[in-house]
Design a protein around this ligand. Structure first.
Ligand code: AMP
Length: 112
C-alpha cells in the first residue's frame, strides 16, 4: 500500500526494531513507548482499521493476539499487560494499518 508507514516497515524501507517475523505477521518495538514494554503486532496484509476486518481475517487477527501474548511472556510481562486496537482518528488511531499494541512492564499500564 503506497504511503503506509507500516507497509514500508514490512518492506524494509523504513527501519524497525523487530521482535518477531513470519510470513503473515511482524512485531516491532513502538518508537514512542508509553510503558517499559510497548510493542506493536501487525499483519503483513494491509488492513486499515479493525472496522475493516472481514471474516476471512478471523484467524489472522487471532494470531496477532497469540503472538503478542507470547512475546509479552518472553518479556516477563505476562502477569499484566494491556492489548489495544485503536480504530479511527477519533479514537487516536494515527497509523492506518491495523496494529495491536502490547503495553506492559509496569502496574496498570492504562495510559496511551
Ligand atoms: P495508533 O495511535 O494506535 O495509530 O498507534 C500508532 C503507533 O505507532 C504509535 O504508538 C507510534 O508511536 C507508533 N509508530 C509510528 N511510527 C513508528 C515507527 N516508524 N516505528 C515504530 N513505531 C511507530
Amino acid at each position: 500500500m503506497d504511503n503506509c508507514i507500516f507497509c514500508k516497515i514490512i518492506a524494509g524501507e523504513i527501519p524497525s526494531k523487530k521482535l518477531y517475523e513470519d510470513e503473515e505477521v511482524l512485531a516491532f518495538w513502538d518508537i514512542a513507548p508509553q510503558s517499559p514494554v510497548h510493542f506493536l503486532v501487525i499483519p503483513k496484509k494491509h488492513i486499515a482499521r479493525p472496522a475493516d476486518v472481514t471474516e476471512a481475517d478471523d484467524a489472522l487477527i487471532g494470531k496477532l493476539i497469540r503472538i503478542g501474548s507470547q512475546l509479552a511472556k518472553e518479556h516477563n510481562t505476562d502477569d499484566g499487560f494491556r492489548i489495544i486496537f485503536n480504530n479511527g482518528a477519533k479514537a487516536g488511531q494515527e497509523v492506518f494499518h491495523i496494529h495491536l499494541h502490547i503495553i506492559g512492564g509496569r502496574d496498570k499500564p492504562w495510559a496511551l
